[in-house]
Design a protein around this ligand. Structure first.
Ligand SMILES: *Cc1c(COP(=O)(O)O)cnc(C)c1O
Length: 414
């Protein structure tokens, strides 16, 4: 049946797609099929004007006065308020600040303090490297007071014990797109008295997340992937309200102080989640991020997820139907409920195949050693893009066009 899906069928799906029109709200090069929004989302149409306004009419015209006259000081809180419903958090549980890596550091350190009788950070070996490196760095800083326990995904339950302070996991795996059962993992951690810290970098704006409903303790996530905030956009951090009173950030900067402009000698944490803030917010970057978050919030997570599932199902069906003879393996879970918004394929010539695809106008990315990654950001990817991408992949594999020296040259960023 899969092989029988025609290009016209894909066009018909686009014609029926209730969120098809949102594609026009993004800047996308004509004739490019962009399946890498899981690494860097495209610019929303209004971002250039918005950032330009902040530069010329706010910063340029009012200088320091912009902090109050243009509400810069409230901008991080406003964006945090718009992210909260996308991840099932309530108002006052999210901050927008720093990078995902830095927010991980703050929340891991805070978690170890909240469970000060327990030394272990539990995570999985296949977690995103920066998450592991940050944990390693924190453990080193604490000089023997804490340790990082890494296990395979299948052994996570066995890794839990009375010595575990916090379980740190990434909700959607960056390599395979496999999605953890957040409710079950969180409940298991709580049962043994540990906290959970979820990394939502590949979830926010792509799959519905219910942090409060599942009693999640802490979370971080990325602004430049499915939230379209621009390269290196500020990230977010979540802490459940029940922890705020006891929560302590190791980066106790003045923006997290109860009263920064009193210029007190002593640090007093802000009453709520704002105690996770450290330094002065990057207003130009935040202006861009706000456009990105609005571009997703305007659609809503239910419609986004429904289309995301339909896109990934179509891709898998077409790859199975049209590329079956070329040694391609589908690495991502077949069951939609276990999969985020990306599909990964394995091919021995993975890197070169991806370079050949990019040369043919289909942008995905490659992850060592042999994974081809395709992100299906539902806000702007069309069903016909999926069809055309698989067709170009089929042509490249069929003609072995990928098997050329020029496609094996590695760039610094893959
Ligand atoms: C993209 C990503 C990050 C990015 O961290 P930065 O600090 O923005 O570089 C972190 N964790 C995961 C799981 C990611 O996918």
């Amino acid at each position: 049946m899969a092989a029988a899906i025609s290009r016209d069928d894909a066009l018909a799906l686009d014609a029926e797609d209730p969120i098809a029109a949102f594609r026009d709200r993004f800047v996308l090069p004509r004739d490019l099929i962009y399946l890498d929004g899981n690494s860097l989302g495209p610019p929303p149409l209004n971002v250039q004007q918005r950032v330009g306004e902040v530069m010329a009419r706010e910063w340029g015209a009012d200088l320091i006065g912009g902090w109050t006259k243009h509400g810069w000081i409230d901008l991080p809180g406003r964006i945090a308020g718009a992210i909260a419903p996308l991840i099932g958090a309530s108002q006052g549980e999210v901050v927008v600040a720093d990078s995902t890596s830095v927010n991980l550091f703050k929340l891991l350190a805070a978690a170890l303090r909240l469970r000060s009788d327990r030394p272990v950070i539990l995570s999985e070996r296949d977690n995103f490297p920066t998450d592991l490196y940050i944990a390693e760095g924190l453990v080193g800083l604490l000089g023997g007071g804490a340790s990082l326990r890494l296990v395979d995904r299948a052994d996570l339950a066995d890794g839990l014990g009375p010595d575990v302070a916090v379980v740190m996991l990434t909700h959607v795996d960056f390599r395979t797109g496999a999605m953890h059962d957040m409710a079950a993992r969180t409940a298991a951690a709580h049962e043994c008295g540990a906290l959970v810290l979820w990394d939502l970098s590949h979830s926010a704006g792509a799959v519905p997340v219910e942090l409060d409903r599942h009693q999640v303790d802490l979370a971080v996530g990325c602004g430049y992937k499915y939230l379209n905030g621009g390269p290196g956009a500020p990230a977010f951090a979540f802490a459940a309200r029940r922890h705020h009173q006891e929560l302590r950030s190791p980066l106790s900067g003045w923006m997290g102080h109860a009263s920064p402009f009193d210029f007190d000698v002593d640090y007093r944490p802000a009453p709520g989640v704002d105690r996770l803030l450290a330094g002065t917010p990057p207003i130009l970057s935040l202006a861009a991020l706000e456009c990105g978050v609005e571009s997703i919030a305007a659609i809503g997570m239910d419609l986004l997820r429904a289309k995301s599932v339909a896109l990934t199902e179509l891709f898998i069906a077409l790859v199975e139907g049209r590329c079956a003879d070329f040694g391609i393996e589908i690495v991502s879970p077949r069951e939609a409920a276990l999969r985020g918004s990306q599909v990964s394929l394995r091919h021995p010539g993975g890197y070169a195949v991806m370079q050949a695809l990019i040369a043919a106008g289909v942008v995905g990315d490659f992850r060592h050693p042999d994974l081809l990654r395709f992100g299906f950001a539902p806000a702007y990817v069309r069903f016909v893009d999926v069809w055309d991408a698989v067709e170009r992949l089929r042509e490249i594999l069929d003609s072995a066009a990928w098997d050329r020296a020029e496609y094996r040259v590695r760039g610094k960023v893959t």
